[in-house]
Design a protein around this ligand. Structure first.
Ligand SMILES: C[S@@+](CC[C@H](N)C(=O)[O-])C[C@H]1O[C@@H](n2cnc3c(N)ncnc32)[C@H](O)[C@@H]1O
Length: 445
């Protein structure tokens, strides 16, 4: 047992304390609330997860190869109401029969195991059919420049904390036979910047600095978020944002996801932000990034902007997905009547009233959380009270099946997709349908 591993075990809880306080403990609690049945945790360290097992869990078995960690783990295990079974073992060589566990847990472990593919194979082997791996791992960034920075700095990460900051863990899991059914990308609280997810890049286009994030490789796809949301990391886990789907879409396309002006981190310098202006922003972004006839996919407000773009600049767009943002083109659409009371405070309001909008959203529980995220996101990127400016520019709409059919009938070569039982939100089913359509229309098809 080396001095470094003794030191790491000795200082681990202190090293982690500020991150745990800043949100990691909450991430652990949320993740482990999903553990059930017979649970195995690999690389359990000092046992920071042990207090989070409850509810549906029958038994907890924890493994850890490092003897210094193991001593602390035994002490932590002894303090819990139902002490776990503790064994010394590396994740690459688990001393259990095939199909023993309902849940395997790995938090901040797969970045440091000696042989990641082998550890993943072992985890899969000991899981029962239908069992689940729950994990929190820091990984290689989707953003090529940030990933290169991680590569350059990895020697320092190895020296300080004995793990790699740049492993493509999700890909290893998928190659190891795991289907990923739920993933949240975000920042590890209080981690060094080279471990964190990248921030937005800026590109000058149409007279403003447009903030955008990027993922993957392949034919270009511009992804336009809906109103209130953005592509900032704070939207991880939100059903109205694309953030959690960037990785999936990035497997097929070079995904470029801008924040529309006034939203997220793209500053609107003043004046009306009409759909014509928003569409021209995307056209200018396409030119500034030298994208060759990109495909465009937008949700809600982003779908409307994508359609305006195709109408104003028909040569630019290769294929277009307007998901839940088409009713604006129907003068009879219900949204036209809903917008004034919702954002202006009365049926005949002619200007936005952010206070009235806030009161309305606070009274609808799922919208209250979205509203709070929007305020935090916009104000964090653009300054206190920016969300009010944004609402002043905002226009909302909701789409019906009838409006979808009417819009579809106007298209000479369109396709119509209806996903029953889906609200105004982005689901994996929507992303799958969108991906299949875009692949059919991509330049390589
Ligand atoms: C960053 S700590 C994480 C500890 C704990 N899982 C947590 O979330 O706090 C990494 C842990 O992985 C353990 N580890 C290193 N190599 C391993 C391997 N091959 N198999 C399993 N665990 C390993 C280390 O000893 C250490 O306890």
């Amino acid at each position: 047992m080396g001095l470094r591993s003794r030191l790491f075990a000795l200082t681990y809880n202190r090293l982690m304390a500020s991150g745990e306080k800043a949100g990691l403990a909450e991430i652990r609690a949320k993740l482990l609330a999903r553990a059930c049945g017979d649970v195995l945790e690999v690389g359990a360290g000092t046992g920071l997860n042990l207090t989070h097992y409850a509810g549906e869990v029958n038994t907890v078995t924890v493994t850890e190869p490092d003897t210094s960690m193991l001593r602390r783990l035994e002490r932590a295990g002894g303090r819990t109401a139902s002490p776990p079974t503790i064994l010394r073992a590396p994740a690459e060589d688990l001393p259990f029969e095939d199909a023993t566990f309902d849940t395997v847990v790995s938090t901040l472990v797969l970045c440091g195991v000696d042989d990641q593919p082998r550890a993943v194979r072992e985890i899969r082997r000991v899981l029962k059919p239908g069992g689940r791996l729950l994990f929190v791992e820091h990984v290689r960034s989707d953003d090529a420049a940030a990933a290169r920075r991680q590569d350059r700095i990895n020697w320092l990460n190895r020296l300080l904390v004995g793990c790699d900051c740049n492993r493509p863990t999700l890909e290893t899991l998928e190659r190891g036979g795991f289907g990923v059914d739920d993933i949240v990308h975000g920042e590890l609280p209080k981690s060094p910047s080279f471990v964190r997810r990248r921030g937005a890049k800026l590109v000058r286009a149409n007279g403003i600095d447009i903030a955008y994030t990027e993922a993957g490789d392949g034919p270009p796809l511009i992804l336009l978020h809906g109103a209130l949301a953005s592509t900032g990391p704070v939207w991880a886990g939100s059903p109205v944002a694309f953030v959690d789907h960037m990785h999936t879409l990035g497997k097929h396309f070079r995904v470029i996801a801008p924040d529309t002006r006034g939203s997220g981190a793209t500053v609107h310098p003043g004046g009306p932000a009409t759909f014509d202006v928003l569409a021209d922003d995307v056209a200018a972004l396409t030119e500034a990034l030298q994208l060759d006839r990109p495909m465009i996919a937008g949700f809600s407000e982003g779908g409307a902007t994508a359609t305006y773009l195709a109408l104003r600049h028909p040569g630019i767009v290769r294929a277009l997905v307007n998901y839940a943002g088409f009713d604006i083109f129907d003068p009879e659409a219900m949204a036209h009547q809903g917008v004034r009371p919702m954002f202006g405070g009365s049926p005949d309001a002619a200007t936005a009233d952010p206070d009235a909008a806030e009161r309305t959203f606070q009274s609808i529980p799922p919208m209250a959380a979205t509203f709070a995220t929007m305020k935090a996101d916009y104000d964090d990127a653009q300054g206190d009270g920016h969300w009010r400016t944004y609402l002043g520019l905002f226009f909302d709409r909701f789409c019906t099946v009838e409006a979808a059919c009417a819009a579809y009938r106007t298209l000479p070569a369109g396709e119509l997709g209806i996903v029953p039982g889906t609200g105004h939100e982005i689901t994996t089913q929507i992303i799958d349908a969108m991906t299949a359509f875009l692949i059919r229309h991509s330049p390589t098809a």
